[in-house]
Design a protein around this ligand. Structure first.
Ligand code: CR6
Length: 798
């Protein structure tokens, strides 16, 4: 794939002219990007073919990662980096009078995911290719990604995100690989001459699933894997059956738009159609591949692993059963054995509102044959387990109950592995949320703590830090992330600490520039940048952050001379459009920003920056500029978190509750390099169990907190009369579901410790250094190797 600069320049000019019939100098940034994208795709295509051919020839076991969401971010620089030609292309572009970064920004950031779960899937795709594993992604090619967020008068407004407006240079439409997915219809049975039952499934509504493939380039290893996203279309030759505009619209609707909910499920018909659509298409194309190998069906699990990312693709289980039973004529026991051995499942949340449950009648109408199979799985499960575990426990694990189908139960029963995404999360699954299943299947449960790819989150997002690390510890950390620990040897090296401070300052200036240009806000790069970037959710407690800001505000109002560290509070968060409370919090934060940013008495000691339309690209700008990483969810609620890992890798110090992967971050950096506060998970559990929490009581007895809370309702903050009242009531009158009031004091204390630490530059730089140096174990390369070794049973290619 290598180039020399001259060769690249020639090829780029040629590609551009062939595409647009004029010189690149006259092209728009978008055109310049498209030409570069086309050139790059052409450049890896040989390796792409080669990789797939080799897998097929060697009949290597392959994993298929089924995920409703992938959140790759812009792909140009990531592909260039992994191909090992980033520097060469950068120089070539420069010699052509172009700035690679500017051209790269013309790529539309495809927001085909909501948050952590989708981004994790993309980090995993990068790591699967980069560690040399035979792996494929399987998902949906949404016509519209997650909505674009705008603030109007401080309120969130959602606009459609037409990410395909300028053509997607990375995807390849594979019409010849399309499959038919069937909905509805009538099921009946007839008996063959040999006595076998034959299933007749007729009068179905048939939808064509067309795959669009995108290369997943491994890091300097020549491996190029495949991500397959399916699009719904009218079957060729079947146009007559979809003669009205409405019928045609219904087909297209299936892959039209991503549901904008994060850790919350919407029990809509269209959503379950999406889930079956991509699960069925994926399973069908896998079976088609396996059949070409001409092996005995019993070898299926030796060649194929299907991983389901949360319960969204769970219908892959009954779909595989259906194909093996109805189309391939296997017996139930054979099919069941194969299915269980093939499928594994990751749970990403314990929140009840995120647990998918579908009305039985909905599934029965939409997928009559799948419904029968689920019923049979359920019947056999109960028959088998009730004598062993008793009626009560067994019925609690039933797939169908009270007219609902519980997807997590189906996923656990129909797979051989169930994992959580951080140690604490897995412990809670085992001890509590999924305890009944743990009693039945202890061997299925395991932990796989999430990870992130430092290729995107350090090498691409933070070039300053990358250069500084290369200079200080060499370049091995790029291929072996653990090697970054060598940096610890420099913890007392003043020169290195100063350099690190300069790197951070440069990144903060870059963000300040953005705030000035895009938001018309002046911020001081020397202030402490305090960052909370994640979806807006009550359990993530952005409001606790707000209470701290208001507390500071009051102190400065009382005494403008009070010795407080100058801080810039940076927020990025989208709220699900129907999540009313979350949207009220957005409005509140924007109103407080207006108030404080424009109050001359505060004298810039506090600035609040709430960026619009937070996503992967903005994360790449903000994370390298962060001093503090806010990870302040109520203990037990955040399954893992992954921004915590990205921020630590970039030298931010974590302000954390002992939740999700924060616990493991603490274990790695040590208590002196993190700020821990708040209730522990067991304490929260205990409060829920004995029900003695009384937030009103705390409000009455804590004058400092009371004063802060009263700001929400006393007119101090203009324009939030309704929001302020509702939020106040949720905390004080309706007993504060997420214990903000309980954790307030210890949070404030931790924040003042952070102020003190920050004012000692050497101390702070050392903390930042220790965070970077301890971030290696959170590489998704290691996470993925553990999945491969312990769950999928596949080995890196040699
Ligand atoms: N919302 C968890 O809440 C975790 C990611 C990826 C989440 C978050 O803590 O880091 O998954 N859960 O494992 C779901 O999406 C259901 C998330 O992103």
């Amino acid at each position: 794939m290598a180039f020399d600069v001259q060769e690249f320049k020639k090829e780029y000019q040629k590609t551009f002219e062939e595409l647009f019939a004029y010189g690149y100098e006259d092209g728009s940034k978008t055109e310049q990007f498209i030409a570069l994208g086309d050139l790059v795709r052409g450049r890896y295509s040989e390796d792409w073919i080669q990789t797939i051919t080799a897998y097929n020839k060697k009949q290597e076991k392959q994993v298929y990662y089924f995920s409703m969401e992938f959140l790759p971010g812009r792909m140009l620089k990531s592909n260039l980096l992994n191909m090992g030609i980033l520097d060469c292309v950068k120089q070539g572009m420069e010699e052509l009078g172009l700035d690679l970064d500017e051209v790269a920004r013309a790529e539309v950031d495809p927001a085909l995911g909501n948050g952590g779960l989708g981004r994790l899937a993309s980090c995993f795709m990068d790591s699967i290719a980069s560690t040399g594993l035979a792996g494929n992604g399987n998902g949906i090619r949404y016509r519209y990604g997650l909505f674009k967020q705008k603030f109007i008068n401080g309120y969130q407004i959602e606009l459609p995100e037409n990410w395909l407006r300028n053509r997607n240079v990375w995807e390849v439409r594979k019409e010849n690989k399309a499959v038919i997915v069937r909905f509805g219809g009538d099921v009946s049975f007839t008996q063959d001459e040999d006595g076998r039952l034959r299933v007749n499934h007729v009068n179905t509504r048939d939808i064509l699933a067309v795959p669009y493939d995108t290369a997943q380039v491994g890091y300097k290893n020549g491996i190029v894997n495949n991500l397959r996203l399916w699009s719904a279309e009218i079957p060729y030759g079947d146009e007559a059956r979809f003669s009205t505009e409405q019928q045609r619209e219904e087909v297209k609707r299936i892959t039209e738009v991503l549901y904008p909910d994060d850790s919350n499920y919407e029990g809509r018909l269209l959503r379950v159609q999406q889930e079956y659509f991509f699960s069925s298409a994926g399973v069908q194309s896998i079976v088609r591949y396996f059949k070409r190998l001409k092996l005995d069906w019993s070898l299926f699990p030796d060649k194929i692993a299907i991983h389901i990312n949360d319960t969204h693709p769970t219908l892959a289980i009954p779909e595989l059963m259906r194909i093996l039973l109805d189309e391939e004529g296997l017996t139930w026991d054979q099919a069941w054995e194969i299915t269980k051995k093939t499928v594994s499942y990751t749970n990403h949340t314990i929140l009840q509102e995120a647990m998918e449950r579908w009305p039985e009648t909905m599934i029965q109408d939409l997928l009559p044959r799948i419904y029968q199979i689920i019923q049979e799985i359920n019947r056999r499960h109960i028959d088998k387990k009730a004598p062993l575990y008793g009626e009560d426990l067994t019925m609690r694990t039933a797939i169908i109950a009270n007219g609902q189908i519980k997807m997590a139960n189906l996923a656990i029963i129909g797979s051989h592995s169930v994992n959580g995404v951080a140690k604490l999360h897995t412990d809670i699954l085992v001890a509590d949320t999924l305890h009944d299943f743990y009693v039945m299947y202890p061997q299925k449960f395991n932990n796989k703590t999430n990870g992130i790819t430092q290729r995107r989150w350090v090498q691409i997002a933070n070039e300053n830090l990358t250069a500084m690390l290369d200079e200080t510890i060499g370049t091995d950390w790029k291929s072996d992330p653990e090697d970054i620990k060598i940096l610890k040897a420099h913890r007392d090296n003043k020169e290195v600490l100063d350099k690190l401070e300069q790197v951070k300052l440069a990144n903060k200036r870059r963000f300040a520039e953005y705030a000035r240009k895009e938001m018309n806000l002046e911020i001081d790069p020397n202030a402490l940048f305090d960052v909370q970037i994640k979806r807006l959710h009550a359990y993530k407690r952005q409001l606790l952050n707000v209470l701290h800001i208001l507390d500071r505000y009051l102190q400065l109002k009382d005494d403008p001379k009070v010795n407080l560290q100058k801080r810039v509070f940076i927020f990025g968060a989208k709220a699900a459009p129907s999540y009313y409370y979350a949207k009220q919090i957005i409005k509140l934060i924007n109103a407080i920003a207006d108030l404080i940013n424009n109050d001359p008495a505060i004298n810039d000691k506090i600035k609040i920056v709430f960026v619009e339309n937070y996503g992967v690209s903005l994360a790449e700008l903000i994370i390298p500029a962060a001093d503090i990483s806010e990870q302040i969810s109520l203990a037990g609620k955040e399954a893992s978190g992954t921004s915590n890992m990205k921020l630590m890798s970039n030298g931010a110090v974590t302000m954390a509750t002992l939740d999700g992967a924060n616990v493991e971050i603490r274990d790695n950096v040590g208590d002196e390099n993190i700020f821990i506060f708040g209730l522990k998970s067991e304490e929260v559990q205990e409060y829920y169990r004995n029900g003695v929490y009384n937030s009103r009581d705390i409000y009455d007895k804590n004058p400092r907190l009371k004063r802060v809370l009263n700001l929400l309702i006393d007119g101090t903050i203009p324009g939030v009369e309704a929001e302020g009242r509702d939020i106040f009531d949720s905390l004080v009158m309706y007993n504060d579901e997420y214990f903000l009031l309980k954790d307030f004091d210890s949070y404030i204390r931790a924040q003042y410790e952070a102020d003190t630490a920050f004012s000692d530059r050497d101390r702070w730089n050392r903390m930042a250094l220790m965070n970077i140096a301890s971030s290696g174990p959170f590489s998704s390369d290691y996470t993925i190797l553990r999945y491969a070794d312990e769950i999928w049973k596949i080995k890196p290619q040699s």
